[in-house]
Ligand binder design. Structure first.
Ligand SMILES: [Ca+2]
Length: 333
C-alpha cells in the first residue's frame, strides 16, 4: 500500500501572513453515495515514519530530484490570487433546510458511518446541544472531549465527541493552492487533519475510495512530525502515496502554514511556504475538490488516547484559503 518516493525535511519558522481578503465561492451539488462505498472509504491507512531533521532536501532517486526541480521551492503570494478566504471572524454553518451557510458539520457519507475505527462522533451544536466549535479573536477551535453521558445515545455511544467542518456545499476548486494556518493538538490518540476531497453530484461508478489530497495530518504523539498523502484509484485499486516530515521543533507548539499546490502535473506540499514533498498528479484527480478540517480521536492509525492525553483537546485554525495562479504574475512564477 505504501509507495514512498521522497523523504524530506526542513527547519521551521512560524508563518506570519496577512489574514483579511475577500472571498469568492462556487457551489458544489449535493451527494448521496451508496452505503457500500461509504463504509470502505478512507479505510486501511497504515504508515511508516521517517525521522529527518535537516535544513536541506533529501531524495530517494534522481527522478524525484528532477520532478522537484519543476516547481518552486517556496510559495510567493505575488504569483497567486485569492479565490476563497475564511478568516473565522465568524462561523457560518451549513443549514441543509435552507441550503445556506459555508461549513458543513458532517462528511459526505454522513455522521453515523465510522471510518478507520475512530472513537469520536462528529456532533453538530444545533442537534446535540454541545458545540465542538468555538471562536476567539479570529481563531477557530475544534475541541474533542469525552462524550457527556446525557448525549451518549445520540452519538451511537461513541466515547468521544469532536467536530468536522467541510466546504462540500460551499466551495470547491480544481487545481490551485490550498492552505490553512493551524495549530495542531498534542497528545496520544489525537489526529488532526486538513484535507481535500472531490465534489460531485453522483458517486463515481466503481469507485470505493475518493481520490484525496491530505494537506496535513498530525498524530498527537508525534510532536515534530506531520504527514502529507495522496490517495488514488487510478490503477483500479486504492493506492496511497504518503510523505512524512519530521522537524527539530514541536509542530504542536505554534501555528504553521500547511499548503498544497495542485496542478495538472503535480501535487506539491509546503510547510510555512517551503516545499517539503511533491508527487505526480494521479489521473483520477479530475474533479474540483473541497476543504475538510477535523479532529479525530483514536482509530487504527493514532491508536487510543492514554492517561496523559488531556481533554478537551484543541485543534486551532486561524484561516483557510484557496488561490488560483495570478494572471499578472511575474515571470519567475
Ligand atoms: Ca483568523
Amino acid at each position: 500500500m505504501l509507495n514512498r518516493l521522497i523523504k524530506t525535511g526542513i527547519a521551521l519558522s512560524c508563518a506570519c501572513l496577512n489574514r483579511v481578503y475577500p472571498g469568492v465561492q462556487t457551489v458544489a451539488p449535493p451527494l448521496e453515495p451508496p452505503p457500500e462505498h461509504k463504509r470502505r472509504y478512507r479505510a486501511n491507512r497504515t504508515r511508516t515514519r521517517a525521522l529527518l531533521v535537516a535544513t536541506t532536501f533529501f531524495f530517494s532517486a534522481s527522478t524525484q530530484q528532477a520532478a522537484l526541480a519543476k516547481t518552486p521551492n517556496t510559495l510567493d503570494d505575488a504569483c497567486w490570487q485569492l479565490s476563497f478566504t475564511e478568516d473565522f471572524e465568524a462561523l457560518s454553518l451549513w443549514n441543509p433546510e435552507t441550503r445556506t451557510g459555508d461549513w458543513k458539520t458532517s462528511y459526505i457519507w454522513g455522521s453515523d458511518i465510522r471510518i478507520n475505527n475512530e472513537l469520536q462522533y462528529y456532533i453538530d451544536p444545533r442537534i446535540h446541544g454541545y458545540s465542538p466549535f468555538s471562536l476567539s479573536e479570529g481563531i477557530l477551535t475544534i475541541s474533542a472531549r469525552p462524550t457527556p453521558p446525557d448525549i451518549l445515545a445520540k452519538v451511537n455511544n461513541m466515547p468521544y465527541i469532536s467536530g468536522v467542518l467541510t466546504t462540500e456545499e460551499g466551495f470547491s476548486q480544481k487545481y490551485g493552492r490550498f492552505e490553512a494556518l493551524a495549530k495542531v493538538p498534542k497528545g496520544k490518540g489525537l489526529w488532526a487533519a486538513f484535507w481535500l476531497l472531490p465534489s460531485f453530484d453522483q458517486w463515481p461508478d466503481g469507485v470505493a475510495v475518493l481520490p484525496e489530497i491530505d494537506v496535513m495530518e498530525s498524530l498527537g504523539n508525534e510532536f515534530r512530525t506531520y504527514h502529507t498523502t495522496l490517495h488514488t484509484n487510478q490503477s483500479g485499486k486504492l493506492t496511497s502515496h504518503p510523505y512524512d516530515h519530521t522537524f527539530d521543533v514541536e509542530l504542536s507548539a505554534d501555528f504553521h502554514l500547511y499548503s498544497a499546490v495542485w496542478t495538472e502535473k503535480t501535487v506539491t506540499w509546503y510547510l510555512d511556504g517551503r516545499k517539503v514533498a511533491e508527487h505526480p498528479t494521479p489521473s483520477d484527480f479530475s474533479r474540483p475538490k473541497h476543504f475538510l478540517l477535523n479532529l479525530a480521536v483514536g482509530g487504527s492509525w493514532p491508536g487510543n488516547p492514554d492517561v496523559n492525553t488531556r481533554f478537551p483537546a484543541e485543534y486551532q485554525i486561524d484561516y483557510v484559503k484557496a488561490w488560483t495562479p495570478s494572471p499578472t504574475a511575474a515571470s519567475h512564477c
